[in-house]
Design a binder for this molecule. Sequence first.
Ligand code: C2E
Ligand code: MG
Ligand code: MG
Ligand code: MG
Length: 279
Amino acid sequence: QAKAAGRGRTQFFSRELLASVEQRHRLVTQLRGAVADGAFTLHYQPKVAATGAVTGVEALLRWTLPDGTPVSPAEFIPAAEESGLILPLGRWVLEQACAQAREWERTLPEPLPVAVNISALQFSQPDFVEQVRGTLTASGLTPGLLELEITESLLAPEPEAARERLVVLRDLGVRLSIDDFGTGFSSLSYLKLFPVHTLKIDRAFVRDVATDRNDVAIVEAVIGIGQAMNLDVLAEGVETSRQVEVLTRLGCAAMQGYHFARPMPAAEMTAWIATRRMD
Ligand code: C2E
Ligand code: MG
Ligand code: MG
Ligand code: MG
């Protein structure tokens, strides 16, 4: 009987696995088509200083299926990474974001840095630095207006090689930030090693910061590290004015989240900035 139950369970799992493999395969096929068809767009979400000033925006990839259904990056980015499609896609994002940033550089009265998320596979390509340099040159964008968001996991496998690459990027004038900070397993000594400018505290620590003492302690510690090491610290996923109050009291100088604005198309972003300036 135990055997029968065991067999039943095995069957159940393999059917599930098959479904997910098929689903993944379908997703990859659709993705490949979408890269070719130009079905992707970028949305932009503002980063806001404690003073209320907009300090920059983050480019976030959006994919809409032919029937109009939006697919979340949380769903398709892992598939794009596994299939290697993140390489052409990531290149497109970088080019698109730099072109938009250049457009804003020419038309807005204040500088608006644009941040681009970089996947581990993209970062590890031998020609990645050349890709960034080439895209900057082609777009005419001032390098200091491009920020690259990388994750701890991307630095861990080969820290020395990653460091060298980051130094070259920094020397180009590009800004560097560590995204989802605190969720990876990298040692804090990495921070001394990597020439980054900003730590983005992951939403996981921000969500309950108004009610959870542990999250307060973590956020406070990260802000302390930032101050000690002369790094900017930004809190991600800020949704409520309570969170803003607590984070401000803790000394957090920059925030990003639905409380301020959701990610939006470039034209809406331009309009949003214009209305804020008039406030
Ligand atoms: P991320 O870089 O940490 O981006 C923040 C995510 O949190 C975005 O989700 C954003 O829409 C969402 N978010 C912002 N504010 C709030 C908030 O107040 N509450 C909540 N619940 N969520 C908020 P999104 O756009 O779905 O992207 C998810 C992840 O996918 C990103 O996390 C990033 O890791 C990845 N991603 C997005 N675009 C790109 C891209 O162009 N290239 C690469 N390699 N990865 C990307
Ligand atoms: Mg990011
Ligand atoms: Mg993040
Ligand atoms: Mg994230």
